[in-house]
Design a protein around this ligand. Structure first.
Ligand code: ATP
Length: 284
C-alpha cells in the first residue's frame, strides 16, 4: 500500500485578470501549502476491492459525486497507457470541502503522485492543468508564485514561517460562482499590472495581503464579514479570505488568540506551513 498526504493551501495574495480566450482567468498568486492535509492511500493490486467494471475505486467519506482524485487516476491511465490492475484509493478528508483551500485539487495532485509511484511512470506534463488550475502547484506542494492561469509555478523561498490561524466557516462556495460574480461586478487587473506584480514577487517583495476574489466571495456568503471581524477582534493580523472562500485566515504567534476565538464560538485552528516532506509518497 502506498500513502501520501495532500496539504491544503492558502493564497497569501491573489490578483486576478479578465478571462482569457480559453475562459480561464489569468492570475498572480503566492500559494502557501499548509499543515492541514488530507490522507490518501492506494491499495496495491489485489489488496482492495476494485470498483465497478474493474475500474479503480475511490472511497472518500464526506464528498459526494465524481471525485477529482478518481478523475486524476483515470486521466493518468489514459495519458500514460498504464494498465496495472485496478486499485482502491482511500481519502480521509481533513481539508474543509468547497472552502477555498484547494482540497479537491490537492487530492487530485496526490493521486497523480501515487499513480506515478505505483506505475513507475512520470506524470504527463499537461495532465495536472487539465484537472484544475490549482493542481500544478499542489503536485509538489511548497510556497510558490503561480502565474498564467495556474500552469506556471515558480518556487519561492520558504516565507516568514509564521503560524497561520485558519477559520473554516459552516458554508460552502463554488469557485465557478465566485469567478462569475467577480466578472460581473469587479474590476479585473490589466495584463501590465499582473506582469509588474509577478516581477516584484519574483524579486522577493513581500506579497500584498490582497485577494481580488474577496469582495465577490463576501457578497455571495454573508458569513464571511463577521468571521473576518472575529479574527480582527481576537488579534489576528492581516485577516483575509483564501482563494474563492469562504475560509478566512490570518497570522498570529499568540496562543491566547485561539482561546479568544474558541470562547467566542469560532472553531479556528492554528496550522504551520507544510514542510515539503509532508507530501512524500511512502510504502505502508
Ligand atoms: P479551490 O480552492 O481549488 O477553488 P475549493 O477548496 O474551494 O477549491 P474543493 O474542496 O476542492 O473546493 O471542492 C470543490 C468541489 O469539488 C466540491 O463541491 C466537491 O464536491 C468536489 N470534489 C470532488 N472531489 C473532491 C475531493 N477529493 N475533495 C473535495 N472536494 C471534491
Amino acid at each position: 500500500m502506498l500513502t501520501t498526504r495532500a496539504p491544503g493551501k492558502v493564497n497569501v495574495c491573489l490578483l486576478v485578470g479578465a478571462p482569457r480566450a480559453d475562459g480561464l482567468h489569468p492570475l498572480v498568486s503566492v500559494f502557501q501549502p499548509v499543515g492541514l492535509a488530507d490522507e490518501l492511500s492506494l491499495a496495491g493490486a489485489g489488496e482492495g476491492a476494485p470498483g465497478p467494471g474493474g475500474a479503480d475505486a475511490v472511497v472518500c467519506p464526506g464528498v459526494a459525486g465524481e471525485n477529482l482524485a478518481g478523475r486524476a487516476l483515470a486521466g493518468f491511465r489514459a495519458a500514460t497507457g498504464w494498465d496495472g490492475a485496478p486499485r482502491t484509493l482511500t481519502i480521509v478528508k481533513r481539508i474543509p470541502v468547497a472552502a477555498g483551500m484547494g482540497g479537491g485539487s490537492a487530492d487530485a495532485a496526490a493521486a497523480l503522485r501515487l499513480a506515478a509511484a505505483a506505475s513507475g511512470l512520470p506524470i504527463p506534463a499537461e495532465l495536472p492543468m487539465r484537472l484544475g488550475a490549482d493542481v500544478p502547484v499542489l503536485l509538489n506542494p511548497r510556497r510558490a508564485l503561480v502565474t498564467g492561469a495556474g500552469e506556471h509555478v515558480e518556487p519561492l523561498s520558504a516565507g516568514d514561517g509564521a503560524t497561520l490561524v485558519i477559520l473554516p466557516l459552516d458554508a460552502a462556495l463554488s469557485t465557478r460562482d465566485v469567478y462569475r460574480e467577480f466578472d460581473a461586478r469587479d474590476r479585473p487587473r490589466d495584463p501590465g499590472e499582473l506582469e509588474e506584480a509577478a516581477a516584484r514577487l519574483r524579486a522577493g517583495a513581500a506579497p500584498p495581503p490582497v485577494n481580488d476574489l474577496e469582495a465577490a466571495a463576501r457578497r455571495l456568503c454573508p458569513a464571511i464579514d463577521p468571521a473576518l471581524e472575529a479574527l480582527r477582534t481576537a488579534g489576528v493580523e492581516r485577516p483575509m479570505v483564501t482563494g474563492s472562500g469562504p475560509t478566512v485566515f490570518g497570522y498570529s504567534e499568540d496562543p491566547e488568540v485561539l482561546d479568544r476565538l474558541h470562547s467566542a464560538g469560532h472553531p479556528a485552528v492554528a496550522v504551520p506551513t507544510a514542510p515539503p516532506e509532508l507530501a512524500e509518497v511512502r510504502q505502508a
